[in-house]
Design a protein around this ligand. Structure first.
Ligand SMILES: Cc1cc2nc3c(=O)[nH]c(=O)nc-3n(C[C@H](O)[C@H](O)[C@H](O)COP(=O)(O)O)c2cc1C
Length: 169
């Protein structure tokens, strides 16, 4: 599938088949995350792979992961991520989200469904998985084979929010 079709067809999946995600597919998804750019190439992202009934149940204490058979917790290291000197803005969330987006699109390209999750209790995630203090859980990506019969319509605003500055040449 070409890239334009992939991004048109990708949508959040909130119902999954009880089917294991093959190790080769998981590895390809993690590789897509590894190749993602990060500010100053500091690579402050750690991804925790969560699979198996009991381990997923621990994550479900912190978030609705829609009974997906696989979830990734994408964490940013606040001691490593780049900080903009002018205003102190740190790129933890940005770096984590680019890694997440790469993995989400790779999952789609492999025929898998996924949903990006920010509605979770970070303190519970940190406790359940003994995540070190310096790592901030930024996103969860739930992944699996979609259990759905139709593709939802993509509802997006028109291009009005995309301003073009040009000198008119
Ligand atoms: C930063 C971010 C956080 C999100 N958090 C959640 C979430 O906690 N739970 C959820 O069900 N969906 C979540 N989503 C999915 C969005 O609701 C979804 O992407 C949006 O409605 C557009 O639909 P689509 O993904 O099907 O195109 C999140 C998406 C993004 C990008």
């Amino acid at each position: 599938m070409d890239f334009s079709t992939l991004i048109k067809e990708r949508h959040s999946v909130r119902s999954y088949l009880a089917k294991h995600v093959e190790t080769e597919k998981l590895n390809a998804i993690l590789e897509a995350g590894r190749l993602a750019p990060t500010a100053a190439n500091l690579q402050p992202i750690t991804v925790f792979v969560v699979e198996g009934k009991e381990t997923l149940a621990k994550l479900a204490k912190a978030a609705n992961i829609y009974d997906a058979p696989l979830a990734l917790i994408i964490c940013a290291d606040k001691e490593v991520a780049w900080t903009r000197p002018f205003d102190g803005m740190q790129t933890t969330d940005i770096d984590a989200s680019i890694v997440t987006d790469h993995m989400m699109l790779q999952a789609s390209a492999l025929g898998l469904g996924s949903v990006w999750i920010c509605y979770f209790k970070p303190d519970v995630v940190k406790k359940e998985f003994a995540i070190p203090e310096n790592l901030i859980p930024v996103n969860i990506l739930a992944i699996g084979y979609a259990d759905e019969s139709s593709t939802p319509e993509k509802i997006r605003d028109d291009m009005g929010k995309f301003a073009i500055f040009t000198d008119g040449e």
